[in-house]
Design a protein around this ligand. Structure first.
Ligand code: NAD
Ligand code: MG
Length: 392
């Protein structure tokens, strides 16, 4: 029986994870569930899954969560506050941790799970982008396996001979990350000024949280994924290519020196990657519809438009710059996306805010978590100043 902690249990990935868990009561038990401030949703999950521990990151939600659990006769222990996420990630109640919090808020718990040697199912890509070297060091110290849940990285993992060892010694020429192109694929830059948050969140192939949906629409999601692939598989920027594939059926590919190209295909349904990570090295039923190639009939590929969707080249530049640049990129993006979702800036302002933040915050090498969070905060403040000065 695997004992699973799900951080971000109320979100899109968290919900898909619990769906897979519920299909296999003989194999999996959800022992800890954590969320930000959605007390009602978390209480409902506790009633259904009866975990040992529930964590509400926003302490204001604690009294209501406790009251709801008492009223429902649920004996789950409740902890509150950001530090409790670390307890949920590293405590003895779980051997497997699903890191599915969105944004930098997931970094401390992701690192804690790695350091504690848990099987780490990693969806929280912002943590990898911010702190790649620290995460690799924590994994080495803890000795547990990392299973990528981001569909592209899960695909690459499946196409490498020994996924966790990355491309080293595997005879790999390139990693090819597929991108759906988002809802505005093929649009000219002028049209993007009229994009609303709801338009940006209406992804053609995937139903996801609002932040990653906006990232998919700007192509920053692919930019973050390029950096994530560099960290997880040890590939240099020049060996990571993005190709637009609008059907989201080919989840990514690995090209070998001999000309072989291996791909992983499947429905655009995150339960495949989640089930792979939960059961690895076994395979289990995930509730995913089989792929009907005849009905599908065709798969299309085209080049990514980095001139219109400037977040993608900005992410490559941050990867090449190294040091704290990916963390600055991520922080500026989180602030710009939040401002866009609040209606404070327009869609095309997102890359401009990130570019200016990258220019204004000093670049340096960082090897400690404190320094990284200092630079994260500096970048957020800088991005907020740019937003206030230019867009209010
Ligand atoms: P979501 O917005 O649907 O869910 C986010 C979850 O994180 C919620 O449970 C929320 O309560 C929790 N959370 C948010 N802020 C928090 C905080 N400060 N402290 C504690 N918990 C907090 O997001 P999602 O779409 O499930 O994405 C989660 C992560 O997985 C993101 O990093 C995203 O990039 C990645 N990811 C998602 C998908 C997808 O299909 N949804 C695919 C690949 C990768
Ligand atoms: Mg992805």
């Amino acid at each position: 029986m695997k004992r699973i902690a799900i951080l971000g249990a109320t979100g899109s990935i968290g919900t898909s994870t619990l769906d897979v868990v519920a299909r296999h009561p003989d194999r999996f038990r959800a022992t800890a569930l954590a969320a930000h401030r959605s007390v009602e949703a978390l209480a409902a999950l506790c009633e259904r899954f009866r975990p040992e521990l529930a964590v509400i990151a926003d302490p204001d939600g604690e009294p209501e969560l406790r009251a709801r659990l008492v009223a429902a006769g649920v004996a789950t222990r409740v902890l509150a506050g950001p530090d409790a996420l670390v307890e949920a990630a590293a405590g003895d109640h779980a051997d497997t941790v699903v890191a599915a919090i969105v944004g930098a808020a997931g970094l401390p718990s992701t690192l804690a799970a790695a350091r504690a040697g848990k099987r780490l199912l990693l969806a929280n890509k912002e943590a990898v982008v911010m702190a790649g070297p620290l995460l690799l060091a924590a994994l080495a110290a803890g000795g547990g396996p990392l299973l990528p849940i981001d569909s592209e990285h899960n695909a690459i993992y499946q196409c490498l001979p020994n996924g966790s060892a990355g491309i080293a010694g595997a005879g790999v020429r390139r990693l090819l990350l597929t991108a759906s192109g988002g809802p505005f694929r093929g649009w000219q830059a002028e049209r993007l000024a009229a994009v609303t948050p709801d338009m940006a969140c209406a992804h053609p192939n995937w139903r996801m949280g609002r932040k990653i949906s906006v990232d998919s629409a700007t192509l920053m999601n692919k930019g973050l994924e390029v950096i994530e692939a560099h960290v997880l598989f040890g590939a240099p920027a020049d060996a990571i290519e993005v190709v637009v594939h609008r059907q989201s059926i080919v989840h990514s590919l690995v090209e070998y020196l001999d000309g072989s190209v291996l791909a992983q295909l499947g429905q655009p349904d995150m339960r495949t990657a989640i089930a792979y990570g939960l059961a690895w090295p076994e395979r289990i039923e995930a509730g995913v519809k089989p792929l009907d190639l005849v009905q599908l009939a065709r798969l299309d590929f085209e080049a990514a438009d980095g001139a219109t969707f400037r977040c993608l080249p900005l992410a490559y530049a941050a990867l090449r710059a190294g040091g704290n640049a990916p963390a600055i990129l991520n922080a500026a993006n989180e602030e710009a996306v939040a401002a866009f979702l609040d209606g404070r800036v327009k869609f095309p302002d997102i890359p401009s805010i990130i570019e200016e933040t990258l220019q204004k915050v000093s670049h340096r090498a960082v090897d400690a978590l404190d320094a990284l969070f200092d630079d994260d905060l500096t970048a957020r403040r800088q991005a907020q100043r740019i937003i206030a000065a230019r867009f209010s």
